[in-house]
Design a protein around this ligand. Sequence first.
Ligand code: NDP
Length: 297
Amino acid sequence: MTATIIDGKAFAARVRGEVAEHVARLKSEHGITPGLAVVLVGEDPASQVYVRNKGKQTVEAGMASFERKLPAETSERDLLAVVEELNNDPAVHGILVQLPLPKHLNEDLVINSIAPEKDVDGFHISNVGRLATGQKAMVPCTPLGCLMLLRDHFGSLSGKNAVVVGRSNIVGKPMAQLLLRDSATVTIAHSRTQDLPEVCRRADILVAAVGRPEMITGDYVKPGAVVIDVGINRVEGEGGKTKLVGDVDFESASAVAGAITPVPGGVGPMTIACLLANTLTSCCRAHGLPEPEGLTA
Ligand code: NDP
């Protein structure tokens, strides 16, 4: 079997297009412009690239983009004051504090200081609890992107066997909650799981969020399964150049799977698209307007 490629890049472009259309309507019909604020502390090169991309795509979608760049030595008190100011700013509908933060700052404390309704990353403890209890929540962007790809592929996820490899708070756990919410039968696997290949081979939907380059080979995949590769790993390629690979060994897995996301061009582009979608949702909720269909969990 040769798997169908799930084109996350094209799907993300579609999501961004839908967001931009909604934003244009919000502006013309209600005079409202959704706004996303990104807070960056320090000068981590990867974070700087992410923040630049987010700002660019926010503006392209017709939204207002606010950036707060703070020096690495910023105190917790000063950072909390910036978050508080954004919480109180009615032009800001989404707040994202770029992680990781410098070591002297308490990430949990900072994330939980964001107003939950503006927490477009979905990491606030109240959004985590809301997702787990089936209440209206802000949902983390990467798992939301995976869910959109899966819904598009299957239509309904009801009754599917899903295995999520990885139990992190930002990917594995919220992914499992979303699959459960769509009535899949969900197993969460992790580093202590016994006979992982056998567990994975039960999956109709296999989500890899392990952080280990190309660990999930074709031996882990049930014939015809849909494989979602969340992993982003930079490894050394030919001629000493670095290249991006996923947590799935694409070559062997795509020979067994029914459909698979590539890296790059699969889940990656969905993350920022979902960030924009969450900001739009937050703006609609703030103004008591209907939420954009198909762009929420
Ligand atoms: P974490 O390191 O936080 O979590 C990794 C998880 O994988 C842990 O639960 C760990 O288990 C589990 N794990 C590690 N080794 C094994 C193993 N040998 N067998 C089974 N399970 C194992 O990673 P994240 O969740 O933050 O990220 C996962 C991947 O997704 C990374 O490649 C990351 O770069 C990528 N990513 C991509 C994003 C995107 O936009 N596409 C966004 C965020 C992340 P245990 O808990 O037992 O230690």
